[in-house]
Design a protein around this ligand. Sequence first.
Ligand code: SF4
Ligand code: SF4
Length: 468
Amino acid sequence: MKRINYSGISKEFFKKNFKIFSSEGKFILLVIPTSKIYSIDKPTEDFIMKIRSSSSVENAIKELLNNYEENEIKEILNEIKQVVKIAKDIKPEYKGEITINSLSLFISQSCNLSCIYCYGNKGTYNESNVKFMNFTTAKAAVDFLIKKRDPKNKHIAIVFFGGEPLLNKKLIFKIVKYTNKKCAENNLIPHYSISTNCTLIHGDKQLIDLIRENNFSLCISIDGPPQIHNVNRPFKNEKGSYREVQKGINYLHEEKIHRLRARATYVIGNGHLRDIVFHLNKMGFDRVYVEEVSNLTDKRFSDITNFNYLESEYNKLFSEYKKNILNKKTYAFKVSYFDEILRMIHKGGVKFYYCGAGRTFLSVSSKGEFYPCHRFVGNEDMKVGNVFTGLNEEKLREFINRICVSNRKSCLKCWVRFLCAGGCAYENFVESGSIDGLDILNCIKRRFLLRKFILLYSSLPKEIKDNL
Ligand code: SF4
Ligand code: SF4
């Protein structure tokens, strides 16, 4: 016993930083601070569990010596010490300087649809006095972006957002022209995208040329087949918008516009996730995202009892996705959000922030006010400056620090903390009243999904893992 050196090993560390899964007689270890996954054998599993449950490490080792050879224990200890060392060295990456490489411009705070779950109060974001951004404001936003970008990064991105941004098409043409000129002067590379409901695209050849020449990517809001989409996303006169959206998408295909992303919002009880994804895949999107309305405008969407229903929806979606991963060549079922989770597990990266809100991107309202992200637009308390008067860096830094998962008290004991990174600040805010609070339904869903993905990943053959 004296010859076994267990310095650096503590019960608390094991409890806080290791999570073990078992499935079909196999054991998988997640090292929480590194997000790395290891297949472990029974003796290693015994070792970890014993240290977690015994009164001290010394007692645990004494008990383990009843079943294992001293050399076996030393070998496990050496391996575990390496893992512990790496885990202890992980620190948050945010260093305090603020650089912004992407802006969402709310060029229209008005919309031609009346979606049942809209968090932006029919596209107005509760600001009815300025419907459309003007060119002076847009120019000031572009100048800000060029000045505030990370000097090491030559790429800047502009997202045209709303409401429905295509209600203010003319401004898009002007901004692109201005940004391209500024980028040429500053040796930068601009990237553009539009987040649109796709009802105002069909037949607009000029817009298509702009999209093509500037390699735009398009994020199209479409909720699935007509019977689902039309309930969720009607025009203001209550007529479903599916036909118009479909016409727009077909037109983009005819014009050979690629880089189309579908963003579906799932309303619990309106159709099935799997059917929605099948439909969107069939429509020829490069990437497909689907996420349920979890809260926001209507509390019935966030009722915790809905999780049983959601669980069965996600189980079906997941098993289809699994088939696809295992038979990629013959089966096409894209769920981009799932691909991203799997890739994240594969890379074993540590996430301190759920998204880049405030750190890499900001949103600018029609009036020119800065917000950490598009969903906070219109919330006075979350305003962090103005394109004309400048960015309130102190306030923004406070926001960034508060959403960093290592500073979120409510996440400290959660085993998915460095994969989840604390969830969406906006949803946390809506559900709990604070950006550092919790959106419980999402927490349950994330733990449920990540467990499934960790097991899936561990079961994948090496050649599939290498191609993720
Ligand atoms: S699942 Fe919930 S508690 Fe866990 S890290 Fe994410 S936000 Fe925090
Ligand atoms: S805070 Fe939430 S809504 Fe805003 S960018 Fe991040 S994930 Fe998206």
